[in-house]
Design a protein around this ligand. Structure first.
Ligand code: ZN
Ligand code: ZN
Length: 341
């Protein structure tokens, strides 16, 4: 089968031919139809500091996928051959305190599909049955391939009561713009999204943001004034990993506000924590998806009118993966799908 792999400690990926893997006990084999390229895949492609310290190679990458169950371990129950599924990209241990308490997203022994478990950018993927998520028939493949990053946005946004609240989202990458759509769907009032890329801001607005705001050319207090906001933001969702964005968010929050931090920072960050103390802010780190309430709520919103399709800007055939990675590296694409058929 075809598999897109990191083969050596250098930038780039190789489309290789490898044997089709056999599912073991508790495993499900999925014939992959479509995959999406994640920021994580781009880090691995570029072989940055994080990737070099994290990724064993050879490693088939990728964790955002949709496909059909094609084979399973003899002990797997509850699934059928031919069933269309996606799956959770984090494989948890099931034995630690958090796992046993139902907080699997906090498992300290988490393995990542396409990070340290062979990934989805291949004709066949094997994952534990626990990670497999069945899909409703009316959910298009293109959207189903995005459920993992969409879940990051769902988990972050739904960590807070959004109804009637004013929300600041820093970072209009795929997860930031999907978070804007979720906040709109869930009943937020003003949703302000900041980014340095105007094309991304336009997509954020198409997905429900009240205003897209470029800090290079505009001032946040001015935007708030134009919206008629008399106090700061109730909810802040940090999705950029940019220290300046985090600092501007701390400044713009209302007293008693809530902040969710999802964007990973490349280095340690200097912030004025007195803002958090004096404003009684609640700051929450958000990682992965709650298993599996995030999946349930995300799919429920997609089935009741939430539209995230504007986030998909390009689709390429699997063999043309290089074009997708190049476009993402040039900042010209949001979500890129690769079609394996
Ligand atoms: Zn991802
Ligand atoms: Zn665990």
């Amino acid at each position: 089968m075809r598999a897109l792999r990191k083969q050596a400690a250098a930038p780039g990926l190789t489309l290789t031919d490898v044997p089709v893997p056999e599912p073991g006990l508790g495993d499900v084999r999925i014939k992959v139809n479509k995959v999406a390229i994640c920021g994580t895949d781009l880090h691995i492609y570029n072989w940055d500091k994080w990737a070099a310290a994290t990724i064993p190679y050879p490693m088939t990458i990728g964790h955002e996928f949709v496909g059909i169950i094609d084979s399973m371990g003899s002990d797997v129950e509850g699934f059928t051959i031919g069933q269309r599924v996606s799956g959770e990209g984090h494989i948890v241990c099931g034995n630690c305190r958090n796992c046993r308490a139902g907080r699997e997203h906090c498992c300290p022994n988490t393995k990542g599909i396409g990070v340290n478990h062979p990934g989805a950018f291949a004709d066949y993927l094997i994952i534990p049955a626990h990670n497999v998520y069945p899909l409703p028939a009316n959910l298009p493949d293109d959207i189903a391939a995005l459920l993992d990053p969409f879940g990051n946005a769902v988990h972050t946004a739904l960590s807070f009561d959004l109804v009637g609240e004013d929300v600041l989202i820093t970072g209009a990458g795929p997860i930031g713009v999907m978070a804007a759509a979720i906040c709109r769907h869930a009943g937020a009032r003003h949703i302000v999204v900041s980014d340095l890329n105007d094309k991304r801001l336009a997509i954020a607005q198409a997905m429900g943001a009240s205003v897209g705001f470029n800090p290079l050319t505009n001032q946040l207090p001015k935007i708030m004034q134009n919206l008629g906001m008399k106090e700061g933001f109730d909810i802040g969702l940090e999705m950029s990993g940019a220290p300046a964005a985090l600092n501007s968010m701390l400044e713009a929050m209302n007293n008693g506000g809530h902040m969710g931090l999802l964007g990973l920072f490349a280095d340690s960050v200097s912030v004025d924590l007195n803002q958090a103390i004096l404003k009684n802010l609640e700051i929450t780190g958000v990682y992965g998806r709650e298993m599996f309430d995030t999946w349930h709520k995300g799919l429920a919103m997609l089935q009741t009118g939430l539209d995230i399709s504007p986030v998909i800007t390009h689709t390429f055939a699997f063999k043309d993966y290089q074009q997708g990675f190049d476009m993402l590296n040039r900042g010209e694409a949001m979500k890129v799908l690769l079609d394996l058929d």
